[in-house]
Design a protein around this ligand. Structure first.
Ligand SMILES: [Mg+2]
Ligand SMILES: [Zn+2]
Length: 189
């Protein structure tokens, strides 16, 4: 089974303004066609796992319970649209905590691979920020940047980057760039 890792904010749902945080369900809005994209990926036989940095918990802006509520509703809404999220992994830590899970570190990917028996070199990772791409590259996944969320800012970062895929090299371009999750999905199907 092929696995796709999806970043959450900026890929599935809109980033709040000014690099803010989704603190509760009422602040969560799906990016157009994201639910349809996940349904089509599910229908194509992909296992879909969300990996998301949620340092707002470590910063005290919302609680782990708030996040669980957001995720259960997100998974339910995607389910109503016909899509399946197999698992959600999140890093709740403050950036200064030095944890092993906050992207660009690949801790969440490695844990998911262990728990779901995933061959990471055969997996895809779709994200809107350079740290998503770097985390995927560190484990040898195929990486797609989407231009929703912070993706355009990331794109400008990559204009001068090398087209390489070295581990621990954060100046590497993603393998492909798409307008949004749905156009990435069309390519994957
Ligand atoms: Mg993001
Ligand atoms: Zn962490």
């Amino acid at each position: 089974m092929k696995t796709i890792f999806l970043d959450r904010d900026g890929v599935i749902n809109h980033n709040p303004p000014n690099k803010g945080y989704v603190r509760k369900w009422s602040e969560f809005t799906f990016i157009p066609n994201a639910r349809r994209a996940i349904r089509e990926l599910t229908e194509s036989g992909y296992r879909i796992i969300v990996i998301t940095n949620q340092s707002g918990i470590g910063r005290g802006l919302y609680s782990e319970e708030d996040l669980m509520d957001i995720h259960s509703r997100m998974v339910a809404e995607i389910g109503k649209a016909g899509g399946t999220i197999d698992a959600v992994y999140y890093c709740p830590h403050h950036p200064d905590a030095g944890c092993e899970c906050r992207k660009p570190k690949p801790g969440m990917l490695i844990r998911a691979a262990r728990e779901h028996n995933i061959e990471l070199s055969n997996a895809y990772l779709i994200g809107d920020w350079t740290t998503d791409i770097e985390a995927g590259q560190r484990v040898g996944a195929t990486t797609f940047l989407v231009l929703t969320g912070l993706g355009q800012e990331s794109y400008y970062h990559y204009i001068n980057a090398k087209p390489c895929r070295h581990a621990d090299e954060n100046e590497c371009r993603p393998d492909k760039i798409f307008a949004n999750l749905y156009t990435a999905t069309r390519w994957l199907r």
